[in-house]
Ligand binder design. Structure first.
Ligand SMILES: Nc1ncnc2c1ncn2[C@@H]1O[C@H](COP(=O)(O)OP(=O)(O)OP(=O)(O)O)[C@@H](O)[C@H]1O
Length: 361
């Protein structure tokens, strides 16, 4: 297994390898974030007591199966969630260079609008849903730029639009095109450029390359890494594709049933995930470097979040479970420089399995 994985696959020559990247101060601190969908059949807790810290210039990935709560987490942390989703607990603290420390959960809509795009930008899955289909690309960029910098003259706007498009490899003359006249890759690149228009400090991305083929995905992610190195913004990147994240992220949070079950460096998740679910997710993707082996999936299905199992939510699917797993919820706790929520890795006296399985996880 390679010591330094990852960036080599996406990173263009000259970018800083993952292990040498500097981690700045905390810029976004999520603590105890809890989100319910209030449905007629009762609340569905899809984000449950989530803690997550993003540092300046860092890429944090969030991975998990479909339905694990990734989108719920990031829509809540950008305050983009819509009913029936309601944030019922926790805090999201943004450390702004201009406004000091800001609590996003209680911020007024007007203040939130000022923050979005200028400091926190969002790139969603489908560019077609995010771009206005009846407006030329350049006009959409100009609108965004003027909304956030009213004094900007026409020439300056034009030059900035050209600069932004070229930055992501879209020819500047495409600013006259409508979204449907662009390829899927160009649209997705344009969306990334639009997100970067006001030089945000944080870019939140929800599966931004799902709609394009793998070759285009690779190009877009290489470009994203290169821009991130140049401009220094921090990224929260959500995907179900763990193999992609280990190539991109500095740290990865693995979500299951609305909770973070392991949070560790990309290398640790790739080489030695501790939580059985994180390991199962890792083993479900082919390795880039190891010899070909048969892929193993994770048996069973994610729980119904209206009626989650007692104890560890993963216990019905876990081949390493022991008595405690079905009666007591494991808490996310530090193990060295990572965090894991699993009784197998509980080092307290109470954490010793009653019947050691003999298997190492
Ligand atoms: N509108 C809704 N009403 C009720 N429950 C919902 C709603 N949207 C999502 N959920 C619940 O929240 C859970 C988490 O959904 P979410 O979309 O956040 O997961 P995800 O990990 O982003 O999945 P995917 O990768 O498929 O987008 C789902 O399992 C579902 O039970």
């Amino acid at each position: 297994m390679t010591e330094n994985l990852v960036r080599e696959r996406f990173a263009p020559t000259g970018t800083v390898p993952q292990s040498e990247r500097r981690r700045g101060r905390p810029i976004l601190e999520v603590s105890g974030l809890t989100v319910d969908y209030l449905t007629e059949r009762g609340p569905v807790r899809s984000c449950n007591n989530v803690d997550l810290t993003l540092h300046e210039g860092e890429i944090v990935g969030v991975a998990g199966e479909s339905g694990s709560g990734k989108s719920t987490l990031i829509t809540a942390l950008t305050r983009l969630q819509r009913p029936p989703a309601v944030t019922v607990g926790g805090s999201i603290t943004y450390h702004s260079p201009d406004s000091g420390t800001v609590e996003l959960t209680t911020l007024s809509d007007a203040a939130l609008r000022r923050l979005r795009w200028n400091e926190i930008a969002i790139v969603l899955q489908s560019a077609m849903d995010c771009l206005n289909p009846v407006m030329r690309l350049g006009d959409q960029f100009a609108d965004a730029l003027r909304q956030h910098n009213r004094g900007m003259g026409q020439q300056a706007v034009k030059a900035r639009v050209a600069e932004l498009l070229e930055m992501v490899g879209v020819p500047a003359n495409r600013s006259r095109s409508y979204p449907h006249e662009l390829s899927g890759g160009m649209r997705q690149r344009s969306l990334i450029a639009l997100a970067l228009a006001c030089q945000p400090r944080i870019v939140v991305m929800d599966e931004p390359t799902t709609a394009v083929d793998v070759v285009m995905q690779r190009q877009i992610l290489a470009q994203l890494l290169s821009l991130q190195e140049q401009l220094g913004f921090a990224v929260v990147f959500v995907t179900h594709d763990l193999s992609l994240l280990v190539q991109l992220a500095d740290r990865i949070a693995i979500m299951y049933a609305g909770r973070i079950v392991e949070e560790a460096s990309a290398q640790q998740i790739y080489n030695d995930p501790l939580h059985p679910y994180a390991r199962g997710l890792r083993d479900a993707f082919p390795s880039l470097h190891a010899p070909l082996t048969e892929l193993s999936g994770i048996g069973g299905n994610p729980p119904d979040l209206r009626h989650p199992p007692s104890g560890c939510p993963f216990n019905p699917r876990c081949s390493h479970r022991f008595d405690r797993c079905s009666s007591e919820l494991p808490i996310l706790s530090p193990i060295g420089d990572r965090q894991v929520a699993c009784h197998l890795h509980d080092v307290s006296p109470a954490g010793v399995p009653a019947e050691p399985s003999g298997r190492s996880v």
